[in-house]
Design a protein around this ligand. Structure first.
Ligand SMILES: Nc1nc2c(c(=O)[nH]1)N[C@H]1C(S)=C(S)[C@@H](COP(=O)(O)OP(=O)(O)OC[C@H]3O[C@@H](n4cnc5c(=O)[nH]c(N)nc54)[C@H](O)[C@@H]3O)O[C@H]1N2
Ligand SMILES: Nc1nc2c(c(=O)[nH]1)N[C@H]1C(S)=C(S)[C@@H](COP(=O)(O)OP(=O)(O)OC[C@H]3O[C@@H](n4cnc5c(=O)[nH]c(N)nc54)[C@H](O)[C@@H]3O)O[C@H]1N2
Ligand code: SF4
Ligand SMILES: [Mo]
Length: 883
């Protein structure tokens, strides 16, 4: 058995993974001879994984895997030589004819540092354009801007241990139980051992909020007001360190004056935030009276038109007391993607040149000299949304999109579609040929996926982990950096002759050393790695920077910041407008527990799709009845942006009355049109240019003329469906369809009858059931695996009775993926217990939430909803250790 240490492919926690492969050499031929578990020695997770990590091997047999370069709609594949010739020729001729700013890269926080570095170097150093932006613009850019404004550099000062050392952890706009599950488990463990207080600030009562000591169900987009008021009150209280303020900060007086100009009276602020005086006093007391308070934020903060200001407002609260880079205290921006941090470090944003540098003359000279370039970009490039607008306007004429799916993930899908249609040359590198964006590419380039490629990623807490290939690539997939380097060489540029990822990593580290020499106040410094041998790179253990001899895992601990004067800055906005009215219905979009983004990597794994099986929009049950709608029916969502999204309506009392929620995961492949982003306008933060994904005013209308259906087996086709997509089941699959009532099939080859509101169609071939279709104006609830087992069996009366029974019984969603426990099983078992014992009883008897622990919030939610006496929040955590 060969042991390979690598990292998880998903979130910014950056968990270490240990793969055992039954292979003689470094790489195995297939995932089927591999097993995987959490790496017990990795300091991010110490052996723990969440469900997405646990199931990584199951994701590898990828439907629609892209294995060879090919042109749009061409059946024949291209050789790499022809493909890279074509890219080189198109980009060169476009630049020659229209100038360097007519081309662009659109990258991703899921690329490895080495991929990112080479793409950034080619565009900014040799093409002469900084049109290199990334999906991190949609994710981290407000935090990046706030770090730069407060600290002088985009640096996360803290580390994961701070979550364990804190007396109080405040999660703002972060559903950490679902989105950074292993870090959340670390918080819960710390709470068990020393009673950490957990505060969650989120409009929804999420799985995370249910486990909090204090949940502030804040009005959407009001966090800036809340933290500005908190800052003011903390300043008036004793939670201030005058000596620190004097020695290490600037701008306090100005910041307070700015606030005085716009911040309303306390009671008005609290009314706007939708929280009570008592709740605010509790929050204030937690900050004021505890030594170690850690505030962490994620997309509820970043994806707003005030994302940067809100982040600075939070940082202000901690700066007052000198709580930056101190154990258990301060501000921590949670990174979304596995290598968003690495991308930021190489400077892969249109607003940066390279390695935390901007476009000043001296900065450009340093980088140009290092790269041996005489054509370095002179000014910032266009950020994500402007890039696609420029494509739609015909200004950007060639784009290379790598490891991201913008047609599904950028706001205003109609604009993005127009951009992709208008841009004369669209190259897409991906592992799948079947993404919404890949379907619109002129040229598709096959990228090696997570299990096949080698390099490095940097997680939330600045820890660099080696990703190691453990499976041989199928077909001709290549590393993303390799493709870029080939094109660069063909365009005649020197400096792209890399033999391996290690070569690139050394070069990046050497550049960081040069930058540190020239700008000693900058913190990013990987000089130690500039001379790393290939063997040392291969064996590199997870390393957190700063790589200083004292092994301090934090930055700015001594109050020396990255500005040339070494001081941190208080920043508050000068004047702020409110923008939502109370009457508006606001659509929030975000993540669900088991899926990853646009589902290209997780949408084909039965266990990961069972949690949310089809596109739906959630509303509070009181909203559903007030609007005279019915749970389970189809509705249409519309917004001023245009278009209409047809979805199933589901009740979720975790929302407030004026809110809707939809997962960002569903794309045009399932909805038949676009993702939730079809409805979103392009409002963005003025500083960071990050889109405000989280609150979109929408209108919801009944579409009870639309029927929903599920089909198994070889069913005769029905025309005019609004959508059709496949759901993978344990051993087979089924299809989801939706169609208008007027197009319901009138005749069928077989049996047709009705149970309640469900039409059952059963097709027969030689006496056996060849296909089943269930159709209803409401959600069709049924155990899909059980129905699948009926296909191919002799259609006896008993078997048809069984089908009826299944339809009557409905279905029960899988709550605990690790132990395979459904909602219904939980409720059945919970009846045998009372009060607080219920949750422990269910855990013991069913195993629910004793695996990775990600479903604990939902277990609590189910018990709270079903049993009035379920005081469930404080219970022991049964999280298993995978080591
Ligand atoms: N399962 C899963 N995990 C993931 C990912 C995934 O796709 N799936 N993606 C990863 C990535 S790239 C990212 S960026 C992270 C995102 O991680 P999170 O930010 O934790 O996830 P989201 O669901 O996008 O949004 C978080 C919360 O913000 C709340 N919110 C909305 N508006 C506001 C507001 O105005 N104020 C406040 N305080 N809260 C608000 C929402 O209700 C939501 O619960 O997750 C990472 N982890
Ligand atoms: N409405 C709404 N929209 C959102 C958000 C939201 O909360 N609400 N969140 C935003 C955020 S925070 C983010 S991070 C984005 C994420 O949005 P995207 O980045 O668009 O989503 P992914 O599905 O992760 O896309 C990654 C693509 O890369 C491919 N891929 C995987 N591995 C590799 C590889 O090694 N090489 C290459 N070349 N390709 C690879 C995958 O198949 C997939 O097509 O979405 C943003 N959009
Ligand atoms: S928390 Fe889960 S998704 Fe995130 S890195 Fe760890 S195992 Fe992967
Ligand atoms: Mo993200």
């Amino acid at each position: 058995m060969k042991q390979i240490q690598t990292n998880c492919a998903y979130c910014g926690v950056g968990c270490g993974i240990s793969v055992s492969a039954a292979a003689q050499t470094g790489v195995a031929v297939s995932p089927s001879i591999c097993t995987l578990k959490g790496d017990a020695d990795h300091p991010a997770n110490f052996g723990h994984l969440c469900q997405k990590g646990e199931r990584l091997l199951d994701t590898l047999p990828l439907p629609h895997a892209l294995r060879y370069p090919r042109l749009a709609n061409a059946a024949a594949t291209l050789s790499w030589d022809d493909a890279t010739d074509l890219v080189a020729e198109k980009f060169a001729s476009t630049i020659a004819q229209y100038g360097a700013d007519s081309v662009a890269f659109y990258l991703s926080g899921q690329l490895l540092t080495e991929d990112y570095y080479v793409a950034n170097k080619l565009a900014k150093g040799f093409w002469g354009t900084a049109n290199v932006d990334t999906n991190s613009r949609l994710c981290m850019s407000s935090a990046v801007s706030a770090h730069i404004r407060a600290f002088g550099e985009d640096v996360v000062p803290g580390c994961y241990q701070d979550f364990e050392l804190a007396d109080v952890v405040v999660l703002v706009g972060a559903n950490t139980a679902w989105t950074h599950p292993v870090l959340f488990q670390r918080i819960l463990r710390a709470r068990e051992s020393h009673g950490t207080k957990l505060v969650v600030i989120d409009p929804r009562r999420t799985a995370t909020a249910r486990q909090a000591d204090l949940h502030l169900a804040i009005s959407p987009d009001s966090d800036l007001w809340l933290f500005s008021l908190l800052f003011k009150k903390l300043h008036q209280s004793s939670a201030v360190n005058p000596a620190y303020l004097e020695a290490h900060t600037d701008g306090l007086t100005n910041a307070l004056t700015n606030l005085d100009n716009w911040l309303a009276a306390d009671s008005d602020v609290l009314a706007y935030c939708g929280i009570s005086q008592l709740q605010f006093d509790q929050l204030l007391a937690l900050y004021r009276d505890h030594k170690a308070v850690l505030t962490a934020s994620c997309m509820g903060v970043n994806q707003s038109i005030h994302g940067t200001d809100t982040t600075n407002a939070i940082i202000n609260c901690h700066l007052l007391n000198g709580d930056i880079g101190k154990p258990g205290r301060g501000f921590f921006s949670l990174t979304g993607q596995p290598n968003a941090m690495g991308g930021r470090e190489v400077g892969g944003l249109a607003t940066q040149l390279a390695n935390h540098l901007g476009f000043a003359e001296d900065e450009r000279a340093l980088v140009a000299d290092f790269w041996g370039s005489d054509n370095i970009a002179t000014h910032a490039g266009v950020s994500a949304l402007d890039m696609f607008q420029a494509m739609a306007d015909g200004k950007i004429k060639a784009v290379w999109i790598m490891a991201t799916n913008p047609l599904a993930s950028l706001p205003d899908s109609t604009l993005v579609q127009k951009a992709l249609e208008t841009c004369p040359f669209v190259v897409v590198s991906d592992i799948s040929s079947d993404t919404d964006t890949a379907r619109m590419a002129d040229l598709l380039l096959p990228a090696q996926g997570w299990s096949e490629k080698s390099g490095t990623t940097t997680n939330c807490e600045r820890r660099i982990t080696r990703q190691r290939a453990f499976i041989t690539s199928k077909g001709e997939a290549k590393a993303d950096w390799w493709m870029v380097a080939e094109v660069a060489k063909k365009m005649g540029y020197a400096g792209f002759d890399y033999a391996s990822a290690a070569d690139i990593f050394r070069e990046f580290a050497a550049l960081s050393a040069k930058v540190k020499q020239a700008y000693p106040h900058k913190q990013l410094d990987l000089a130690k790695f500039a001379e790393l041998s290939d063997a040392d790179y291969d064996a590199l253990k997870p390393q957190q920077w700063p790589l200083s001899a004292d092994r301090n895992p934090r930055v700015y601990s001594y109050g020396e910041f990255s500005f040339t004067d070494g001081r941190a800055r208080f920043v508050t906005p000068a004047l702020v407008d409110t923008h939502y009215t109370a009457e508006q219905l606001l659509l929030i979009s975000g993540r669900s527990r088991d899926q990853w983004h646009t589902r290209t990597r997780t949408g084909h794994v039965a266990q990961l799709v069972s949690h949310e099986q089809q596109p739906c929009v959630y509303a509070h049950s009181s909203t559903i009845s007030a609007l005279q709608l019915v749970e389970g029916q189809m509705v249409a969502l519309t917004s001023p942006v245009g278009g209409e999204l047809l979805l199933q309506l589901m009740a979720d009392d975790a929302l407030q009355a004026n809110q809707l929620f939809m997962a960002m995961h569903w794309t045009g492949r399932e909805t038949g049109s676009f993702s939730v982003n079809q409805l979103l306008d392009t409002r963005r933060d003025p500083v960071s240019k990050q889109p405000a994904f989280k609150g979109q005013p929408v209108t919801i209308t009944s579409r009870n003329d639309i029927w929903q259906g599920i089909e198994w087996g070889d069913v005769s086709a029905i025309d005019r469906v609004l959508y059709r997509f496949t759901q993978v089941l344990s051993d087979s699959h089924c299809q989801h369809v939706a169609l208008q009532q007027q197009y319901l099939p009138q005749t069928i080859n077989g049996l047709k009858w009705q149970i309640g509101q469900v039409d059952i169609h059963c097709e027969l071939a030689n006496g056996r059931i060849s296909a089943i279709r269930l159709l209803s104006p409401l959600r069709v609830a049924v155990d899909k695996d059980a129905v699948a087992k009926l296909i191919g069996q002799v259609a006896t009366a008993q078997l048809l009775g069984k089908l009826e029974q299944l339809v009557r019984a409905g279905d029960s969603p899988l709550v605990c993926v690790c132990k395979g426990v459904t909602r219904e099983q939980i409720i059945t078992v919970a009846h045998s217990f009372t009060g607080k014992c219920r949750i422990e009883g269910v855990q013991q008897l069913t195993g629910c939430s004793t695996g990775c622990g990600s479903c604990r919030g939902e277990l609590i939610s189910i018990l709270e909803t079903e049993f009035s006496d379920a005081a469930a929040a404080v219970v022991t955590l049964g999280g298993a250790h995978n080591a």
